[in-house]
Design a protein around this ligand. Structure first.
Ligand SMILES: *Cc1c(COP(=O)(O)O)cnc(C)c1O
Length: 417
């Protein structure tokens, strides 16, 4: 009875929020399958409707008809910089401070190595134990190449104190991929600079989810992902940011020909291109890059402050509905309760987390699971409604209340969780 009451008033409140939602018309720009509530746009953004037409044109006209001429005539050669400029607006950077290239992992390698070169008297790459492991693996790989570098992983909550004068670069993912806790760009960047260290921000769970102000905080380096909140498609290329005054001094080690000052002079000696172009290595993946470019249409004319407001109200709607449940569910909120400290996701811990997520997916609510016990739900304001956030929370409670997740098929682990 109690649950039913909560549901009807909660649902009405959610519907009222949707009614006054300034972003409500954006949803029809996306292809979203019928009957699915998609809470995994933080892992793989959905298909934006600009993409198929663009890819079709790139395939049939630019590649099919234009052939190799399209490097010039269709502007393929400048595409990494043009798409970078569009992403720059979303991260509070100037158009010439961002370029699209490679993957987040590879870009992390390039910038860590570049940071070590800029601080030759220092050895330490400092990160935090809850950082996305891929970035730690990359740092470990770099350290295995040279005695010069040492990775120090700070315990959670001790990062600021660990920034000493031995630290060359602080490498940190702004939003914790498990809990959604959001680090403060400004205080960490400031502390690093006080100690003479550089900062490399991984913005994989930030850009496209809320406003990021790289220039305002004077950030040195950043990387981020094209296929999460930016909806560029599976394996979309990633981006690199370097603050303008550092650009000329930065030497990245994957000194490929596309980052050469004059690639078509075919000189034997590497000479880095000016600006951000030196962060290119090999030939850009034009099909993927075109998909990312088209998908960025979703952000045209969008104020990221409005996106943030809606993200907060979506996550609050979800959390409140879970908290209104009368029955004990065994769920523990893993994300910060105060919106200020959350990114655009809500995570819970539960000992049967994996099976619960599978049961929810079977029920049309797609979230994901992160070992050992995290149920993760991403909220993407451009295409989600409050009614969906509310309904997803209802189904989560129901799957646990009825123990539908106990079925054996929900316990079989797939390679991707
Ligand atoms: C998704 C993600 C990456 C992924 O990097 P890829 O090279 O694209 O696989 C890196 N860092 C963080 C924090 C991520 O969330």
């Amino acid at each position: 009875m109690l649950t039913a009451l909560v549901d009807s008033t909660g649902r009405a409140a959610a519907a009222a929020l949707d009614e006054s939602d300034p972003l409500k018309d954006r949803r029809k720009e996306f292809l979203l399958p019928q009957g699915i509530i998609y809470l995994d746009g933080n892992s793989l953004g959905p298909l934006h409707l600009s993409v198929p037409a663009r890819i079709d044109a790139v395939l049939r006209e630019q590649w099919g008809q234009g052939l190799i001429r399209s490097w010039n005539s269709a502007g393929w050669i400048d595409l990494p910089a043009r798409v970078g400029a569009r992403i720059a607006r979303l991260c509070g950077a100037a158009a010439d401070e961002v370029i699209v290239a490679d993957s987040t992992s590879i870009n992390t390698f390039k910038l860590l190595a570049a940071a070590m070169k800029l601080r030759p008297a220092r050895r330490v790459i400092l990160s935090e134990e809850n950082n996305f492991p891929a970035d730690l693996y990359i740092a470990q790989g770099l350290c295995s190449l040279t005695e010069r570098a040492e990775l120090v992983v700070a315990r959670c909550g001790t990062l600021l104190d660990a920034i000493t004068e031995e630290v060359a670069v602080v490498m940190l993912t702004q939003v914790d991929f498990r809990t959604g806790r959001r680090h403060d760009l400004k205080s960490i960047t400031e502390r690093a600079h006080e100690k003479g260290a550089l900062v490399l921000w991984d913005l994989a769970h930030s850009v496209g989810a809320f406003p990021v102000a790289l220039n305002d905080v004077n950030a040195d380096f950043a990387v981020g992902c094209g296929y999460k909140y930016l909806n560029g498609g599976p394996g979309a290329p990633a981006f690199v940011y370097v603050r303008r005054d550092l650009q000329a001094a930065v030497q990245q080690p994957l000194s490929g020909w596309m980052g050469h000052a004059r690639p078509f002079e075919f000189l034997n000696r590497y000479e880095p291109a000016p600006g951000m172009a030196r962060h290119l290595c090999g030939t850009p993946a034009i099909l993927s890059l075109s998909a990312l470019d088209a998908a960025l249409d979703a952000f045209e004319g969008v104020d990221m402050a409005v996106v943030r407001q809606k993200s907060i109200s979506l996550t609050q709607t979800f959390i409140r509905r879970v908290e209104a449940e009368a029955e004990p569910l065994g769920l523990t909120l893993a994300s910060p309760r105060e919106s200020e400290h959350r990114g655009s996701q809500v995570s819970y811990r539960h000992s049967s987390g994996y099976a619960i997520v599978q049961a929810l997916i079977a029920d049309g609510v797609i979230g994901d699971f992160r070992a050992p016990d995290i149920l993760r739900f991403g909220f993407t304001p451009l295409y989600l409604s409050h009614v969906e956030a509310f309904a997803a929370a209802e189904r989560l409670c129901e799957v646990i209340r009825t123990r539908r997740f106990d079925r054996p098929e929900f316990h079989k682990r797939a390679p991707v969780t």
